[in-house]
Design a protein around this ligand. Sequence first.
Ligand SMILES: NC(=O)c1ccc[n+]([C@@H]2O[C@H](COP(=O)([O-])OP(=O)(O)OC[C@H]3O[C@@H](n4cnc5c(N)ncnc54)[C@H](OP(=O)(O)O)[C@@H]3O)[C@@H](O)[C@H]2O)c1
Length: 252
Amino acid sequence: MDVSIIPTDYQPRADLMKGKNILVTGAGDGIGRAAAMAYAAHGATVLLLGRTASKLEAVYDAIEASGAPKPAMIEIDFATAPEQSYIDLATELGGEFKHLDGLLHNAALLGDRRSIQSAGYADWQDVMQVNVNAQFILTRTLLPLLNLAESASLIFTSSSVGRVGKAYWGSYAVSKFATEGLMQVLAGELENTSNIRVNSLNPRATNTAMRRAAFPAETPTDNPSPEDIMQGYLFLMGDDSAGITGRTFDVR
Ligand SMILES: NC(=O)c1ccc[n+]([C@@H]2O[C@H](COP(=O)([O-])OP(=O)(O)OC[C@H]3O[C@@H](n4cnc5c(N)ncnc54)[C@H](OP(=O)(O)O)[C@@H]3O)[C@@H](O)[C@H]2O)c1
C-alpha cells in the first residue's frame, strides 16, 4: 500500500471552509472534537455527530462562543441505531442544509485487544458495527447530499494496524483494514461519475482517551495533541485537495 504524507508546509487559508457544511462523527471527544473545532474556525457549518449528548453540547457551546457559524448536533449511537435512523437523518439534513460538502468518518471503538483464539464474539460484532457497518450505512444514505455539493470530500480514519496486521489488535485492526477497503471501493466508483473525493487518513499516535487506553504505560504528552495534527484534516477536507482521491494518507 502506497502511503502519502500531508505536505508539511501546508498552510490552510483562514476562510478555507467558508460556506461548507461538514459532518464529523465522534465529534464530542478526541480527534473528532478537534476537527470539528478546526473546520468551524475556518468557516464551516459543522454537524456534530456523536453518542454522548453532554459532550456534543460542550463542543457546540465552544464553537458558538468562538463566533464561528452556528453548528448542529446529531445524537446517534452507531452500536444500536437501525437503518431507518440514517434514512431519517439524511431526510432531515437535506431539508435543513440542502447539500453536504464533507463527511469525516472518525468515530471508532477500540474493543478488546486479545488473540483471535480468545476474542469474544460480542466484542468483535460491536467493533465491526461501529467501525465498519455504521460507516457504510451513513455513507450510503448521505451520498445524495454529498453529490449536490460543487466539490465534496469524504475522509475515512485509518490506523497503522489497518495497513499492516499486528498480533492482538483483533477486531480493531480488521475493522481498519475494512475501512481502507471501503474507501478504495467507493473512490473507484465515484472517481469519474461525481465531484466527491474519497481518501483515508491515519492520525498516528495522538494523545486521546483511545490512545491512553491502548498504551497505558506511555507518557500521554509524548504524543501530539489532536489540535497539533489538524493540518492534514484541513488539507483533505478543504478544496486544496481537489482532484485527490482513492489515496491513503498519514498525518505526518
Ligand atoms: N488516538 C490515536 O492515537 C489514533 C491512532 C490511529 C487511529 N486513530 C483513530 O482516530 C479516530 C478518533 O480516535 P480518538 O483517538 O479521537 O478516540 P476517542 O477519543 O476515543 O474518540 C472516539 C470518538 O468516537 C465516538 N464513538 C465511539 N463509539 C461510538 C458509537 N457507538 N456511536 C457514536 N460515536 C461513537 C466517541 O464518542 P464518546 O466520546 O461519546 O464515547 C468519541 O467521540 C478513530 O477512528 C481511531 O481509530 C486514533
